[in-house]
Write a protein that binds this ligand. Structure first.
Ligand SMILES: Cc1ncc(COP(=O)(O)O)c(C=O)c1O
Length: 324
């Protein structure tokens, strides 16, 4: 995977990829005080389109609020336009988008108030996060020995950079054991989520997903819930135990990076018949259509990069400020 692009948007300016650097003493790097988003842009018949951009930017701003930043340098509209601009100047038809807010210039006394937030937006080409075969064949997962965050320890509604040490511990363990992904239990012992995906269980034609308290309120989770209900499925939140995974007809996970992927084996137990099941397939199909502009829901969810800009750009960020 190459993370290379021409430009990265940093604090209101498009800078050359190589020059998008921060200092070793940036406090975010030392204490994990940053918040970020993961967004995808897809090729459609009407050119590149960013999936649920507004919802992602809203969650980014909410994550900064949860982290305690009292002021935020950009509005939602400004960051939406900055994201569209970053995709557009880099010329990708499809890409992953990574906005990041980081604590800079102070913060050594372990408060966010002593520093200020810096903001960057990078894009790169990134296809199949969980491997080329995952979309069709599904993946193998295990229950990790690392517990998901207690909501009063690390804030589960925010994509705080420091939170992800937990995901890295879990995923590293699972991959070293030969699995593709880790399933994390919450502090009460119920199924929470994977390291970067929410989880759904299918039993007797009904779809269940763990309640939101201990997990990230995934935008793909909400998308999948809507699409599954459109297809006529009953979708509800319910605590899920580890053994309910083993006896499920189907289990699938979803997230911006991973998209919608079947879990075909968990803890060495085959799920269903070991292949992607019919419910997962139909939901995955609807999702693939939605992200590529081929679904009735697409119109409300896609932000076309080449559509006229309607909002004011952040100061200093216009095509003319692109360094060459
Ligand atoms: C811990 C965790 N859960 C779930 C998700 C899925 O969220 P979304 O669908 O908004 O990408 C992610 C990815 O952002 C994540 O990091």
């Amino acid at each position: 995977m190459s993370m290379k692009s021409k430009y990265i948007w940093m604090n209101g300016e498009l800078v050359d990829f190589e020059k998008a650097t921060i200092h070793f003493l940036t406090p975010a790097l030392h204490y994990g005080v940053g918040v970020f988003e993961g967004i995808r842009c897809y090729a459609t018949d009407r050119g590149p389109a960013i999936f649920r951009l507004r919802e992602h930017i809203r969650r980014l701003i909410n994550s900064a609020k949860v982290m305690g930043f009292r002021s935020f340098p950009y509005t939602q509209d400004e960051l939406v336009e900055a994201t569209r601009l970053t995709v557009s100047v880099n010329g990708f038809d499809e890409c992953y988008i990574r906005p990041l807010v980081y604590l800079t210039d102070g913060g050594w006394n372990l408060t966010v108030d002593a520093g200020r937030p810096g903001v960057g937006i990078a894009v790169w080409e990134w296809n199949h996060y969980l491997g080329d075969k995952a979309l069709d064949k599904g993946i193998r997962a295990n229950i990790t020995s690392f517990t998901r965050h207690h909501p009063n320890v690390m804030m589960t509604k925010a994509k705080i950079t420091g939170n992800y040490a937990n995901s890295v511990l879990a995923k590293t363990e699972s991959m070293r054991l030969g699995f593709d992904e880790a399933i994390m239990l919450d502090p009460q012992g119920y199924v929470a989520e994977c390291t970067g995906e929410n989880l759904f269980v299918v039993r007797e034609g009904k779809i269940y997903t763990p309640p939101t308290a201990p997990v990230l309120e995934g935008i793909t989770r909400e998308t999948i819930t809507t699409l599954a209900r459109d297809l006529g499925y009953d979708v509800s939140e319910s605590p899920v135990s580890r053994d309910q995974l083993y006896i499920a007809d189907e289990v699938f996970v979803c997230g911006t990076a991973a998209e919608c992927i079947a879990l075909c084996e968990i803890d060495y137990r085959v799920i269903g018949n070991g292949n992607m099941g019919p419910v997962t397939r139909s939901v995955q199909q609807a999702f693939q259509n939605a992200i590529r502009g081929r679904h009735p829901r697409s119109a409300g969810w896609l932000d076309y990069v080449n559509a006229p800009v309607t909002n004011v750009l952040p100061a200093k960020t216009t095509a003319s400020t692109v360094s060459r």
